[in-house]
Write a protein that binds this ligand. Structure first.
Ligand code: COA
Length: 369
């Protein structure tokens, strides 16, 4: 049996949560177009859809929104830990905060459906609080007390920036969260499923998923994209930069995808978010640079941008520090991970593949050991 490097093309299990349709460059969440949801729905309605399989009724959504608000908590022990490691990378700090929340969890081994959902809502509600607290600790700014009144996105901006931006920014951000929410058996989701398949707990699965997402070949690419664009500096230098980088056989962050070969379905809407931010900030520099980099890459290598390419400048123009971009991805993708954790638990079999052995043949131990 031959190994499939990177498990390319391997169907590892069934899932009813989302489907990437590479031929049409499209993506559906429970049957609905992710792009349409990103244009017309709210992030919490999409979380509900991913977890429960159907879009919520008005009453169900309002109950779910309320559950999220009620789940926001100030836990001094977690905040102190975040403060202690405030100089660390935000992905490491967030991973540590979630790991600590798991260690403090009273119903550690109880993952009945109701308790699992309670833990999931707790993570959904508190990840933004922990990220905002980290941002404020490391800038030596006072941490803002959360409210249980503000909607999810407004609450996050308030805690992070001490300011709620205009509605175009809120809606671009919400749209970005919907686009980042779920994407099949990507590396971090698969990590979460592998951990869940051993009947381990949700915190362990999410901590593992964060470790996987952090890598620049996966979620970490949205940060690297912006470092690259800052390194280039000006749109006029973009073409020359790209040609040189390709000549040097560099991997260009924000381009390419294992599944999509003719373009990532989420890019047009995320690009629209970046364009909104360019209008709001009256600065088209990053959009101009984006277009040149995209066109040069397509012309030279026929490789399309992925979601992380437009996400980088979009989040930068919203005012987030570059190393916070991948935690923003976590804030959203927790929804997809949880949906997969729930699905894996419902029809579980431990994930335990084989490897193709390439070591020495079986041989006797040396004499005199
Ligand atoms: N820059 C330059 N060349 C790239 C590239 C990129 N971003 N992405 C793919 N390629 C090239 C590869 O070098 C390879 O060329 P070769 O056949 O001459 O060796 C070819 O395209 C096929 O790519 P491959 O490495 O097989 O793709 P993969 O499925 O193993 O990896 C990614 C997919 C996403 C990891 C890869 O495209 C990548 O590293 N992209 C940059 C990181 C990134 O943006 N990640 C976010 C993903 S959403």
């Amino acid at each position: 049996m031959k190994a499939k490097k990177g498990l390319e093309g391997v169907i590892a299990d069934e899932s009813a949560i989302s489907k990437v349709i590479p031929e049409k460059s499209s993506l559906i969440y429970r049957g609905y177009s992710a792009e349409e949801l990103a244009k017309n729905s709210s992030f919490l309605a999409v979380v509900y859809l991913l977890w429960k399989g159907e879009l919520p009724s008005k009453e169900a959504l309002s109950k779910f929104i309320n559950q999220e608000k009620q789940a926001r908590k100030t836990d001094k022990r977690i905040l102190n830990t975040i403060k202690e490691c405030a100089q660390g990378h935000p992905m490491d700090v967030l991973r540590t905060a979630i790991s600590m929340a798991g260690a403090l969890e009273e119903s550690h081994w109880d993952d009945s459906d109701a308790i699992l959902e309670k833990k999931a809502i707790y993570l959904l509600a508190n990840i933004p609080l922990w990220m905002a607290a980290h941002n404020r600790f490391r800038k030596k700014l006072p941490v803002i007390e959360h409210s249980q009144d503000q909607p999810f996105v407004e609450n996050f901006f308030h805690l992070y920036f001490d300011k709620i931006p205009q509605k175009e920014v809120l809606s671009a951000f919400s749209s970005s969260l919907i686009l980042y929410a779920e994407h099949g058996f990507n590396a971090s989701t698969f990590t979460a499923r592998v951990i869940t398949s051993t009947t381990s707990d949700i915190y362990s699965a999410v901590v593992g998923a964060i470790g996987s997402l952090k890598g620049p070949l996966h979620g970490g690419a949205n940060e690297q994209v912006m470092y690259m664009m800052k390194e280039i500096g000006e749109p006029e230098k973009a073409k020359e930069w790209m040609l040189k980088a390709l000549k040097e056989k560099r991997k260009i962050m924000g381009f390419g995808h294992r599944v999509y070969k003719k373009g990532d379905s989420r890019v047009p809407q995320m690009f629209a978010c970046a364009k909104t931010m360019a209008e709001v900030t009256h600065n088209t520099k990053w959009i101009e640079m984006y277009n040149i980099l995209r066109d040069t890459m397509l012309e030279q290598k026929q490789i399309y941008p992925n979601l992380d390419f437009p996400a980088g400048p979009a989040y930068y123009m919203m005012g987030f520090d570059i190393d916070m971009f991948t935690p923003l991805f976590v804030m959203s993708r927790i929804s997809g991970w949880v949906a997969h954790i729930m699905e894996q638990r419902k029809n579980n079999r431990i994930i335990r593949p084989l490897c193709e052995y390439t070591g020495p043949r079986e041989r006797p131990l040396p004499q005199g050991l």
